[in-house]
Design a protein. Structure first.
Length: 226
């Protein structure tokens, strides 16, 4: 992740009135007692819960450990109505392409009051030992099969000719606010909320350090309140 992208991500904290290293910021995403941890459905292609081989030994990541300090993390394999039933919060961290009917059910869940944080990276730089095309490897780019357009958002990959290093989001003006130089979209969809970030590499603590996880937790804490 480039310094420019980190600056854009860090500015998210200013939106919430939180300092990058100040106590209010730390409190916003800090640990909670087990009995006070709300459920968080997690859908991801990234090796957060298991390693790339899905072996039980060595499983888990720094991101998962941090999430579990604040939430009851419940991994799901697809964002359909059955998997989302009873949930209020969903983290989609660079998910694989979802079938059309599943996207309909996800949209209905959000419109009914669900809150989702979607990390949609158009150019994933997450290191992997698996070859391109391997089914266990995270896709190199977020596969938008129509969901973002339905919500009024467009995701554009970096333009190498102009020197861009990160993707950009834009809106058709139908309920989404674009912030941070196109890095973030905040959308009010029916009774629910969708927050979209055009990056996922920032939660790779093994490569990027803990600051990205601080940002993730702050975004989820903010999402809880709508």
């Amino acid at each position: 992740m480039t310094n420019r992208l980190w600056l854009a991500l860090a500015s998210l904290l200013a939106i919430a009135g939180l300092g990058w290293l100040g106590k209010p910021y730390r409190d916003a995403g800090g640990p909670r007692p087990p009995t006070e941890r709300p459920a968080l459905a997690l859908l991801t292609s990234l090796p957060l819960v298991f390693g790339e081989t899905f072996a039980l030994e060595g499983g888990g990541s720094a991101a998962l450990a941090r999430l579990e300090q604040r939430y009851r993390v419940l991994p799901i394999g697809v964002a359909d109505a059955a998997s989302l039933r009873g949930h209020k919060l969903l983290l989609m961290a660079h998910p694989r392409a979802q079938p059309a009917q599943v996207l309909v059910e996800l949209d209905q869940w959000v419109r009914g009051g669900g809150h989702v944080l979607l990390l949609a990276d158009p150019k994933l730089d997450w290191p992997s030992r698996l070859p391109l095309g391997d089914k266990l490897r995270a896709p190199p780019a977020f596969a938008d099969t129509g969901l973002l357009a339905h919500w009024g958002v467009k995701l554009r990959a970096p333009d190498a000719e102009s020197g861009e290093t990160s993707g950009r989001l834009s809106s058709d003006g139908s309920g989404c606010t674009i912030e941070d130089d196109g890095l973030v979209a905040r959308c009010r969809i029916g009774l629910g909320v969708a927050r979209i970030v055009a990056d996922a590499d920032f939660i790779n603590a093994e490569q990027q350090g803990a600051d990205g996880l601080d940002l993730l937790m702050t975004q989820l804490a903010d999402l809880e309140t709508g």
